[in-house]
Design a protein around this ligand. Structure first.
Ligand code: FE2
Length: 193
């Protein structure tokens, strides 16, 4: 028998809803409102005004019950609500995996993209229902809703990969994604101010 540091969970069937962003059975649910994302958008004053106003939800992450443990493959379903701060589209905080391992995103609904940054190069993958976005090891990743409806994707990632949000705060993501008419444009990264 294989010796595990943490015993694996039992086989599991999980249903997920592309229409509602839920997983059943459900694990932890993370909700990030405008007041939770200080410093995320370039226009920090506009973000603060929105947080002091109706404090809208920027995104939610519904996890399955599969634990973030070595050997397991946890999943989460992220919903980024449509909207922008001074033209900069709603996005996730973004993170680097402290343990360099890959991850896949499967587009479920809406229109979005994955912004990736390795400290030098920036890559952008457009996402829509039916697309797999592949994030190789060593690339920080952030998701952006560039449409006018909720953008949802399912993430599957190694349980020991971890989430280093500080790396993105320190290094940025290379680009910012702004509304441009009915589409979007990638602008050079600028610090929040
Ligand atoms: Fe990740």
């Amino acid at each position: 028998m294989t010796a595990y540091a943490i015993p694996p969970i039992d086989p599991l069937r999980i249903s997920f809803s592309a229409a509602h962003g839920t997983m059943t059975p459900e694990g932890p649910l993370l909700t990030r409102r405008m007041s939770d994302v200080a410093g995320l958008f370039a226009d920090e004053d506009a973000r603060r005004r929105a947080a002091d106003g109706d404090d809208p939800v920027v995104y939610t992450v519904a996890a399955s019950p599969v634990p973030e443990a070595a050997g397991e493959l946890p999943q989460s379903l992220t919903t980024i609500l449509p909207g922008a701060v001074s033209g900069e589209f709603h996005m996730t905080k973004g993170h680097m995996h402290p343990d360099p391992q890959g991850e896949i995103y499967l587009g479920l609904s809406g229109r979005g993209g994955v912004l990736m940054y390795d400290g030098t190069r920036t890559e952008w993958i457009e996402m829509e229902p039916g697309m797999i976005g592949y994030i190789p090891p060593g690339w920080a990743h952030r998701s952006v809703n560039v449409g006018d409806e909720p953008y949802r994707f399912l993430a599957v990632y190694p349980g020991s990969a971890g989430h280093d949000y500080g790396w993105v705060v320190e290094h940025g993501m290379g680009r910012r994604v702004y509304r441009d008419g009915a589409s979007y444009t990638l602008a050079p990264f600028s610090a929040a101010g």
